[in-house]
Ligand binder design. Sequence first.
Ligand code: ATR
Length: 289
Amino acid sequence: MIDGKTRVCGLIGNPVEHSCSPLIHNAISEILGINMVYATFKVEKDMVCDAVRGAYALNILGMNVTVPHKQEVLKSLVETDPLAEAIGAVNTLVRADGGYKGYNTDILGLYRSLVEEGVRLSGEHVILLGAGGASRAIAFLCADKGADKVYLLNRTVEKAEVIANEVNRKMQRNVIVPMALADYQEIPKGNYLCIQTTSVGLHPNDGDVVIEDEAFYENIHTGYDIIYNPYETRFMKMVKKHGGRAFNGLKMLLYQAVAAYELWNDIEVEKAVSNQVFERLKKELEIHD
Ligand code: ATR
């Protein structure tokens, strides 16, 4: 029940009405009996700083930030977590002295889901498909966690080069190798973890896949698609067909929220609770497996 002691958290972005975050956060609160409510706030681009200041003034406990404000919001923070700073994007604001501290729980969520599935980054050879916002964060994560080499492939090679230069400079080693997507056959033969971050294959284009060539998938031991709709993408099917393990991005979505919830409430959400929320999320998204 909402009462005088209810703490408020929320999501700022535009659009926000189709977000799964209210479901996840409110489910955690309900299961744990924590008096917190999570709502969405549609915020226009030129109002991001006002929104953050207003939220602080209203004693709002924490905020999530989504597209298109993840970079813009950096300007209105009193402190930024070093990994979020390096990535240059923040999706979670945590109340601190005089304002909010920014974190990137998108990447913490991805890492947590990889760990849970037993997927290593340390010492790995990685192929990263796409060079948008998600890829940029994942490139930093791979470098930070000790990946040996990351081939970063994008249709527009210049965007891959920008990310590679930045990560290699910050990490002081040549870990990211930028390439044009069309040149994928130049990747040395090997045993790769492949992370798919393009929008190719997203519903309703379920039949699409960014690389059609069957031979490509023979070198993939694990495929991770950040798409979760469809639940099994064509990319995942192709990885499996060639003997690899494949995962979708729904756990990443779940754990970015769980990580934010933990930061706001200074608690650890147990795996059993996350699993319960995951089942509710699948039900909401009408996923049957
Ligand atoms: P996000 O922030 O989720 O990573 P994004 O920034 O919109 O999303 O990035 C979308 C990615 O999908 C980009 O890497 C894009 O390639 P370009 O940079 O060349 O545009 C990639 N992408 C989208 N449609 C594609 C297609 N038909 N073929 C190959 N790559 C595609």
